[in-house]
Design a protein around this ligand. Structure first.
Ligand code: ADQ
Length: 490
């Protein structure tokens, strides 16, 4: 099978550049090895309608990375608009934050159609397309409209909420109907899959049989594929990173204090305000902990031009400064707050230095930081994971200290418990989590989805026989193509 993977953001091919964002971080190692072609946004936009406007195609491991300039006129409405101001809030059960216009929806559909046209050049007789995430809900339907009968799979990295929340998304019916053009629709958890099937039944009146549904496009199968990490590589990286200068400096600066760590994109779904409030509450309730513990919170800004994100950034900066002002002393600050990216190696070393990992999203598809924290621990002296029960990862990491991120007192108690947990209990909990991680790696995820997609037969589709015959594959050039000037957008 000749796999073409599509996502909005792709990993940059530059070595050791920080990969802030779960999708790119997860996909890079597996795509590199698989020989797949990975197509996504170059981070630049371009005026005019450039059918073949790839900025560049470069080698990526055994495969290739194709970076596409997206249309300037539609990029804002697609990315900041419909994808991140309608779908992202809704998928994280924050319909109160939906802010979109009809134009945003049109732009979203235009960019999906543009991507479908661009993908035609990668189509070979044995190609299977694997589309990633909420940016491209209607891409499969656009490909079918172009006559593509190849297997097309879709994986959603975020949660899929209950029907009433999806109902708040403008054009939700049209979008979900378009999703049925996919042969295989993958979710992170059972709940997400059940919510989706529930929507198909109650909103679209469709009948579900063995997790599959038949629509005008033919048969679509829905299934669960929990994403993982490269456990052994991460563990090795963490052990080696202990001697990295950034990590050694952090250790020296601790003066015997115990460290808790949080690492997140700066996003309202990650529960950062509640987490800082819980740390504050813990210090107020147990003042003896002052000078003995520190929280290192790394929060990398993302989607900063969207109002809700800008507001969150100001709110957090103010909250951290307030907590430090109230509890801090001339030679000790409770919270170290950083807004930058780190290489995976340094991040692995920072996780290993921390006695406690605090991962408390209000809602999260999976949350790879939770898995990375566990994989990075020293087996002889592992730290404790405090994990939100609303992260997909909680289904697997049940021996973490599971918390409700809306309950500040409970989180404060759990963080204090984690700091004082005896070694035998820490080891017992950690070993159980490692067994789960090893049984569900990112390699396994990739293989399971690819196999299931290969099995999905395009033959039972009802679409008319291809109006566009499969062309003999055009070679795609390993150099820059397209003309005119482009502008960077992320
Ligand atoms: P994200 O919402 O981006 O992912 P997450 O799964 O935690 O969330 O992944 C974040 C990734 O970015 C991790 O690999 C982490 O190491 C990295 N990262 C975060 N901050 C960083 C920093 N400052 N420097 C360097 N790296 C940083 C989406 C969904 C999740 C789902 C993933 C994968 O929202 O629910 O788990 O996709 O499917």
């Amino acid at each position: 099978m000749n796999l073409v993977v599509v996502s909005n953001r792709v990993a940059r091919a530059r070595a050791n550049e920080p990969l802030t964002g779960g999708l790119a971080a997860a996909l890079l190692p597996v795509v590199e090895k698989s020989g797949a072609i990975w197509v996504g946004s170059s981070g630049r936009v371009r005026d005019g309608s450039h059918k073949d406007s790839f900025a560049e195609v470069q080698a990526l491991g055994a495969g290739a990375l194709a970076l596409l300039d997206l249309p300037a006129a539609h990029y804002g409405g697609y990315y900041e608009g419909f994808a991140n101001s309608a779908l992202w809030p809704a998928l994280h059960s924050r319909s109160d934050l939906i802010r979109v216009s009809q134009d945003d929806y049109q732009s979203y559909r235009e960019v999906n159609a543009f991507m479908a046209r661009a993908l035609m050049r990668f189509r070979k007789p044995d190609t299977a397309f694997w589309i990633q995430d909420y940016h491209f809900l209607s891409l499969g339907a656009e490909l079918r409209d172009l006559g593509v009968q190849h297997p097309i799979g879709f994986f959603l990295h975020t949660p899929w909420p209950t029907r009433t929340i999806i109902d708040a998304v403008p054009h939700h019916r049209e979008l979900v109907e378009a999703m049925l053009a996919y042969d295989l629709i993958g979710f992170q958890t059972d709940d997400d899959c059940e919510n989706f099937l529930g929507y198909l039944q109650s909103e679209l009146g469709l009948t579900i049989e063995d997790g599959a549904v038949t629509s005008r496009y033919g048969k679509s199968r829905c299934a669960v594929f929990p994403i993982g990490i490269d456990v052994e590589k991460f563990a090795l990286q963490a052990a080696k990173a202990s001697s990295h200068p950034d990590v050694s400096r952090l250790r020296r600066s601790l003066n015997g204090e115990q460290l808790a760590i949080g690492v997140d994109r700066l996003d309202y779904s990650k529960g950062l305000v509640n987490r800082i409030s819980a740390f504050d509450r813990m210090l107020t309730a147990q003042p003896a902990l002052k000078r003995t513990v520190t929280l290192l919170q790394i929060a990398t800004p993302s989607r900063g031009t969207i109002e809700a994100y800008g507001n969150l950034q100001s709110e957090l900066a103010k909250l951290v400064s307030d907590v430090n002002g109230r509890h801090g002393e001339t030679d000790w600050m409770p919270i170290r707050y950083l807004n930058r990216g780190y290489s995976q190696t340094v991040l692995a070393g920072l996780y290993r230095t921390a006695r406690v990992g605090v991962v408390t999203p209000l809602h999260d598809g999976m949350n790879l930081v939770a898995k990375e924290y566990v994989a990075a621990q020293n087996p002889a002296d592992p730290g404790v994971l405090v994990l939100s029960k609303f992260a997909g990862a909680a289904n697997q990491l049940q021996t973490a200290l599971l918390v409700n991120p809306h309950e500040i007192d409970g989180m404060a108690r759990a963080i204090a418990t984690a700091f004082s947990m005896p070694l035998t209990e820490r080891r017992m909990r950690w070993e159980a989590m490692m067994r789960k991680l090893r049984a569900s790696t990112v390699q396994q995820w990739f293989a399971d989805f690819s196999d299931a997609l290969e099995d999905a037969q395009a033959s039972d589709r009802k679409v008319a026989s291809e109006s566009v015959a499969v062309e003999s594959p055009k070679p795609w050039p390993l150099h820059a193509v397209g003309s005119g000037s482009s502008a960077r957008v992320h």
